[in-house]
Design a protein around this ligand. Structure first.
Ligand SMILES: Nc1ncnc2c1ncn2[C@@H]1O[C@H](COP(=O)(O)OP(=O)(O)OP(=O)(O)O)[C@@H](O)[C@H]1O
Ligand SMILES: N[C@@H](CCO)C(=O)O
Length: 311
């Protein structure tokens, strides 16, 4: 193979109670990357579209090229690679924009080099992109973006990632108000220590959410979608958070939370009709506040990255 074009999906990280350990992929939006083998021995970004000129073309600073360099180094290859990146989602959105580029890059380079790794083996390289983007190699966006589905990061050291089966008709709705929150900033405002009573509640909810998903028990899912640690601090960064939450819950959302580090917010629901209605209600709530927004509804995307073209 000489050339490959790949799509990798956006993701919802944290999923309320699972800060840095839970995430799932959605069908859209996402990023597209095209890689071509070159006759030089560098990794070069030739073009980036959809970023309004904001993303670095410096191969040491873009998540896509950082991942590819780390991957090639690990397999001992000096292959030159030319990259074209199509950003199809906003930066600082809370939908895993940096991770979509990282996952697309890891998936594409692995295919281009004849699949020397499984996707689980490629994950640590994709995580290096997150380190560049926000200073922490958290995996809760990049693991579902790369592996597809709903993912639990049981452990970071050693890395242990588990795919969780979800109910067939589970839908997510994401609302992205047109404001920006930088993940690095949203991590820096968190406290380093958690009171025991809050921790007990949170890990109870993580267990409950996983059990609810595995048993298709919507009541258990709903009861477990609570975040006593991160939401009270980060929701302050998101104008209209309480209004959007009230609108979603009034329209039968199973639960509501910040998507990743925000400003996007997400809900889960039991069918597409409810998911769409929730989306409309959150968009209306933001309209009334004079803030534009985009809404995405999707089942959990079990597939992850896909090849759009190869030769
Ligand atoms: N290919 C890339 N795509 C997106 N951001 C990138 C990329 N390469 C480097 N970055 C840097 O990462 C930062 C954007 O990351 P940030 O974590 O704020 O957004 P995000 O990935 O949408 O957020 P979240 O992880 O909460 O969904 C910017 O500083 C940007 O310059
Ligand atoms: N778990 C990460 C996700 C960032 O999208 C955080 O909340 O900072």
């Amino acid at each position: 193979m000489e050339k490959i074009k790949v799509f990798a999906p956006a993701t919802v990280a944290n999923v309320t109670c699972g800060f840095d350990v839970l995430g799932f992929a959605v069908n859209a939006p996402g990023d597209i990357i095209e890689l071509q083998k070159a006759d030089h021995n560098e990794v070069r970004i030739l073009s980036i579209t959809g970023d309004n000129g904001r993303l670095p073309k410096d191969a040491e600073k873009n998540t896509a090229s950082v991942v590819i360099k780390a991957f090639l180094e690990a397999i001992g290859s000096k292959q030159g690679i030319d990259i074209h990146l199509e950003k199809q989602m906003p930066l600082g959105s809370g939908m895993g924009s940096s991770a979509a580029s990282s996952a697309a890059a890891a998936f594409a380079i692995n295919k281009l080099m004849g699949e020397p790794m499984s996707m689980k083996e490629a994950l640590p390289f994709a995580m290096e992109g997150e380190r560049i983007a926000c200073g922490a190699a958290h995996a809760d966006n990049v693991a579902p973006a790369l592996l597809g589905g709903f993912v639990l990061i049981r452990s970071y050291d050693p890395l242990d990632v588990i795919k969780i089966k979800t109910p067939e008709h589970l839908y997510s709705t994401i609302v992205h108000p047109h404001i920006e929150v930088n993940t690095k900033d949203a991590r820096n405002i968190l406290r380093g220590q958690v009171p025991l009573d809050k921790a007990v509640k949170q890990w109870g909810n993580v267990g409950g959410l996983i059990a609810g998903l595995l048993q298709s028990d919507y009541e258990m899912i709903s009861n477990s979608m609570e975040d006593t640690i991160i939401e009270p601090i980060r929701s302050i960064l998101i104008p209209g958070y309480d209004v959007a939450k009230a609108a979603a819950l009034k329209n039968n959302a199973l639960g509501f939370g910040i998507s990743g580090s925000g400003p996007s917010m997400f809900t889960l629901s039991q069918n597409e009709k409810t998911a769409k209605k929730i989306g409309e209600s959150m968009r209306d709530a933001y309209k009334q506040l004079g803030i534009g927004s985009d809404v995405y509804t999707s089942k959990v995307n079990d597939e992850g990255p896909i090849i759009l073209y190869s030769e």
